[in-house]
Design a protein around this ligand. Sequence first.
Ligand code: ZN
Length: 305
Amino acid sequence: MLLRALSLLILALPVGDACTQCRVDARRTSLCAAHLDEETSTLREERSVMARSSVASERTSALERVARLTSAHTNAPSPNVARFLADGLHDSSLDVRRRALALLVDGQHREETVRGLIDGWRAALRLWKDVDTRLAQLAAEAPKQAATFDLQQVSDTTAYLEALLAALGEVHDERAYRELLNVFKWPLERTPGRFYVAATHAVLAVESRKGVECVLEFALTLESELAAQRVAPRFAAKEGLAASLARPLDNATSAHVEATLEALAHFAERRKLGAPAPKLGSAAQWRTWFKGAKDQLTERMTLLE
Ligand SMILES: [Zn+2]
């Protein structure tokens, strides 16, 4: 158990060195003089790149150089570095945002990582709102808007949102987890089924009674709403290139119910809590399963592996 905990700790740190003089006290990170100097000058230089460069790859390189500062003192990641990277989640380019996200969740200052991630997530939701408006126009067959439908931007935004969902589970923090669970309250008739599946995997990457209950309730609600024909596909019957390209972003179907139950069954297997088959029509068995399993699930979230 101890060995496993240790290996987790090592995995969570970026490749690099610890510094015997950089320190983390109760709530403060203090860098040694050499590393503080290096941080100050690097942040100054790269901040100016971020401000003036209109080339996305130059801004990405600036973020990478800043992220690397931590590898010289992995025992004491600086909050300033995490804040700098978190600012990258508000960049005008989605490529830059995705790179900033990957760098941020890779062993940087914990508190600033969580705060920056939640903030970046909320900014991405505002972006998604625009995409959703365009999808709604497409579903309503407004030909003008359909003609200007920017598929690249839609698929980039989708990929970025899915990366954020995974990160919200990965940081293993109650606040981030709450944001993740909120996804299951999104309207069924206007949320791509794949977002629910991505959120499910992120939720079940940690153990939490509330998380398991939320995913299960969602799967069973979706199943009964589909049976009652209250979740219609948005693009299935629509013609045209844009509609066919938008189809992967369609509303949830019974395949998503099964994918969600499958993720739950896999979770149960890892925890050795024998579960029913991940099939449609097994709601009663799944409810019985949860009743029996819930006392064995931790109330506070715990990292699984
Ligand atoms: Zn140092």
